[in-house]
Design a protein around this ligand. Structure first.
Ligand code: GLC
Ligand code: MG
Length: 536
């Protein structure tokens, strides 16, 4: 395992800083809060934490609107707090990744303030300004991901600026060399401070087609899908020139010691996603996020196909990765239910590739119910009622059964989930049957068995609701068999498996060894098993 990188064998944990732990009573999570909770991550058994943005921000999109790329928002703390958090993480053997938001800044960033003052301002071209269409109106038909035209008219200079998200998030112009240099310097600022890498926000958005042609209509669009889906983002995203930027970022990261890693946020079909690994001559991100487990239907055959397609599409040397949830998407326990969420955890942590765990999923946290007067997410506020809002997946982390589940002594910025006094870290720590115990066991197995962390993967023939695969590394072979349905399933082990031993079941009270004849196992409803194949 000598040339294995930490970001290959390790597991990443996403912290949404506003919601993890508040230390000063303002109801908003902060860096000192996170620092005080690092031991949870150590006990859980993850290797790295990724923090959603912590930079100064007007919080129009809760930090994804950055007003200073080289600072810390006072709500989260200070640079000294950040350095302390980084040191505390490193002391515990944890890596720390930041969220770099290069596609757009806040409209309050001094660069944009300058850019909008006049057409001749030196920073004018750091953003994307266009004349109105010939008959007036926006320059083209591009739609913001949060609904409405992606162009905002600025009367002061008589032009429109482009914003793929909120109008408070003007897109930066990465075709401008000075902007590019300034942004890459911001990456260096944090790498110099010792961060172990970045998750790069909406990487596939960073370059737009030069002539700004209209996007084609989406033939599959139906009302209720969200306005952004009315057109296909053919010209506004995934342009070939983006790969040179990813390569430039990669060269910077590789110039530092200690295995810094770049993870790209990219929502694209698998064949196009693969280009974000780059090439041998010009490597891109180490891990272009793979959202197959979020996007594929929760069905054994569909997932078998998705895993096969993804594995088959990886470029030589490209390391896989898997994600079950994040701060933008429905929580897994709400999507598939509590019983299957345990199966999902086993899947996430036994597939070949780096897993990313979203905070709270290790407790089986569900989407919170957000009463209308508590809605915070601009996406919900702009297109209400379509189920696009992300507040439900950002509710505070429940730690114990004290007031506000130990998250804050003040008023939490979003309501805690109603089951927090029962579903929390303290309670689940002492419960051998809890989701938290299962996550800890799974992460411990990954450490104990290199085949799970870095071994090859072969999908096994399963039928019906069974999804099964083998992981092998040197002499070791581990079999994972998952029942994605709610009826008992029979699964015939491959002959080569010998007489396997049950290492872990998702059912806490599973009998110690269910392998009746060395050949056939029976999976209870919603059960997943990990078996260690032993030769006789
Ligand atoms: C990414 C983030 C999302 C944000 C958007 C705009 O998709 O994950 O939370 O709203 O980018 O920055
Ligand atoms: Mg706070």
């Amino acid at each position: 395992m000598n040339d294995v990188r930490w970001w290959q064998s390790g597991a990443i944990y996403q912290v949404y800083p506003r919601s993890f732990q508040d230390s000063d009573g303002d109801g908003i999570g902060d860096l000192a809060g996170i620092a005080g909770r690092l031991d949870h991550l150590v006990t859980l058994g993850v290797d790295a934490l990724w923090l959603s943005p912590i930079f100064p921000s007007p919080m129009a999109d809760f930090g994804y609107d950055v007003a200073d790329y080289c600072g810390i928002d006072p709500r989260f703390g200070t640079l000294a707090d950040f350095d302390a958090l980084l040191a505390a993480a490193h002391d515990r053997g944890l890596k720390l990744l930041l969220d770099f938001v290069p596609n757009h800044s806040s409209d309050r960033h001094p660069w944009f303030a300058a850019s909008r003052t006049s057409r001749d301002d030196p920073k004018r071209d750091w953003y994307i300004w266009r004349d109105p269409a010939p008959g007036g109106g926006p320059p083209n038909n591009w739609i913001s991901d949060f609904g409405g035209s992606a162009w905002e008219y600025d009367a002061a200079t008589g032009q429109y600026y482009y914003h793929a998200f909120l109008k408070e998030q003007p897109d930066l112009n990465w075709r401008n060399p000075d902007l590019r240099a300034a942004m890459l310097d911001a990456m260096r600022f944090w790498l110099d401070r010792g961060v172990d890498g970045f998750r790069i926000d909406v990487l596939w958005h960073m370059i737009k087609a030069a002539g700004f042609p209209d996007n084609p209509p989406n033939p599959d669009y139906r009302p209720g899908m969200g306005a952004m889906n009315a057109v296909l983002q053919l010209h506004s995203t995934d342009q070939p020139e983006v790969h040179a930027i990813a390569a430039e970022m990669r060269a910077i990261a590789d110039g530092y010691d200690g295995d810094r890693v770049l993870i790209g946020e990219i929502y694209l079909p698998v064949p196009r996603l693969m280009a974000y690994y780059g090439t041998d001559d010009s490597p891109g991100t180490h891990l272009p996020f793979n959202f197959q487990l979020i996007d594929a239907p929760w069905d054994a055959r569909a997932l078998h196909g998705a895993i096969a397609d993804y594995e088959g599409a990886l470029p030589p040397g490209g390391w896989p990765n898997w994600v079950l949830g994040n701060h933008d998407r429905q929580r897994i326990a709400s999507r598939v239910g509590e019983a299957q969420a345990r199966v999902a955890a086993m899947l996430l942590l036994t597939l070949r590739g780096t897993p990313t765990i979203y905070y709270g999923d290790e407790l089986g946290l569900r989407d919170g119910a957000i009463p209308p007067h508590c809605v915070q997410d601009p996406r919900e506020l702009r297109e209400p009622g379509l189920g696009l809002g992300r507040d439900p997946v950002r509710t505070p982390m429940p730690w114990d059964d004290s007031a506000n589940a130990g998250f804050t002594r003040g008023e939490p910025w979003l309501p805690l989930n109603p089951d927090s006094s029962a579903r929390n870290v303290a309670r689940q720590s002492d419960d051998v049957g809890s989701m938290l115990t299962l996550y800890r066991q799974l992460l411990a197995l990954r450490r104990a068995h290199p085949s799970l962390a870095i071994g090859d993967l072969t999908l096994l023939d399963g039928s019906g609701d069974v999804l099964a695969f083998e992981r092998r590394w040197q002499g070791e072979c581990v079999i994972v068999a998952l029942n994605l349905g709610n009826r008992e399933q029979r699964f015939d082990l491959p002959l080569s498996a010998g007489f396997p031993r049950l290492l872990l079941s998702t059912l806490p009270d599973a009998p110690p060894n269910e392998v009746a004849d060395g050949r056939t196992i029976f999976l209870a409803p919603d059960e997943g098993q990990i078996l260690l194949a032993e030769r006789r």
